[in-house]
Design a protein around this ligand. Structure first.
Ligand code: GLY
Length: 357
């Protein structure tokens, strides 16, 4: 039955009951109805590392700020924090030990967007993305051009590689292979030096933050240092409008964290917004996006023995009413919601219960 259900039919025709019965191997942990009560005046959501971002953004929204001002100010706190090693200053570097940042912003009322990718030396790529949106006729600037543009607009250059991030990069490099010339600290009795790669796993950290302000306008931002130890110049989904971030001021907004390559090949943020436009709740639409990623994952190297993906992607969404939701391929993902009163960490819905990936 599952195999016979074409994606087009699934998107067009699935009911909520059908979604649960046919397409979600493990039922969602969360109750969509709990997240769809009264129409909310304002709401801010973020990925699990965004507790301070949502607090700041909601404070600004409640003071009358535009949602874009609020979410950018929110994620700037995380970009500035050396202890979050997945974004901005302190983010884990590429394979050469250089921090390269990606970010996108999108503004609902004007349906404008801006983005930067592979930006070096500037700790707030989200701010640069915003200036791309406001002060150019373009949407995306990359690499040297993005840096030149940031310099032109007065952004201060600095070394973004903290000692902790450098230590982790060196450990990764020294454990890449037992055959190369880099050696981690070792004693004379040890063989196979440089084989502890599992202790320095690659990560895909990111922060996505979406808000609806007091005027009912919606905006969002996604910012990241991307895949740790990536090939220099690698760009994930975060700065790609339609993949790592998308919104329609009349419908809602969506964003993502996790394995960018899996989302780049499915462009799920735009799909989530379209599905919400067709009446799906934010959580239902996020689950559909997870299913879409799974359907599109064909390469054996990305699948476990049971055929399920060996990676995770998490989606976040709000709609025009202020309903919110999140879903991941694998369980144990969380997200942050500020509903105007409380700033809480909630469980994301999921497709598969995690025992191990
Ligand atoms: N989702 C962030 C990245 O893959 O770069």
């Amino acid at each position: 039955m599952k195999q016979n259900l074409s994606r087009r039919n699934f998107v067009k025709g699935s009911t909520l009951a059908g979604l649960g019965a046919l397409l979600i191997p493990q039922a969602s942990k969360t109750e969509p109805t709990q997240r769809k009560a009264e129409v909310r005046t304002a709401v801010v959501i973020a990925s699990s590392n965004g507790l301070r971002a949502t607090a700041k953004a909601m404070e600004m929204v409640q003071s009358g700020s535009d949602a874009l001002d609020a979410v950018v100010a929110g994620v700037n706190i995380i970009e500035d924090d050396p202890n979050d090693m997945t974004v901005g200053y302190g983010g884990l570097p590429n394979e050469d030990g250089v921090v390269e940042l990606d970010a996108s912003v999108m503004h609902g009322p004007t349906h404008r967007c801006g983005a930067v990718a592979s930006l070096r030396n500037i700790k707030n790529p989200s701010k640069v993305a915003r200036v791309v949106m406001e002060r150019t006729d373009h949407v995306l600037l990359v690499g040297e051009g993005a840096l030149k543009f940031a310099r032109m607009h007065g952004f201060k250059e600095e070394n973004l590689l903290t000692e902790e991030a450098r230590d982790m990069w060196v450990k990764w490099k020294e454990n890449l292979s037992t055959q190369d010339d880099y050696l981690p600290p070792h004693s004379v009795d040890v063989k196979n030096i440089g084989s502890k790669l599992d202790e320095v796993m690659q990560t895909y950290g990111t922060i996505n933050c979406l808000a609806k302000d007091l005027k009912g306008n919606i905006s969002g931002v996604t910012t990241t240092s991307g895949l740790s130890y990536k090939i220099a110049g690698r760009v994930g989904d975060s700065p790609i409008i339609g993949a790592g971030l998308y919104l329609d001021n009349e419908i809602g907004a969506a964003g993502s964290t996790g394995r960018g390559e899996a989302n780049l090949t499915s462009c799920n943020s735009v799909m989530i917004v379209e599905w919400m436009g067709q009446g799906k709740s934010p959580e239902e639409a996020c689950l559909m996006a997870c299913k879409r990623v799974v359907d599109h994952t064909k390469m054996k190297r990305l699948l476990k023995d049971d055929g399920k993906p060996n990676f995770n992607v998490t989606f976040y969404a709000i709609n025009k009413r202020g309903d919110y939701g999140s879903a991941a391929i694998w369980s144990n993902a969380t997200f942050i919601v500020h509903d105007g009163v409380t700033n809480s960490k909630l469980d994301s819905a999921y497709l598969f219960k995690r025992t191990e990936i």
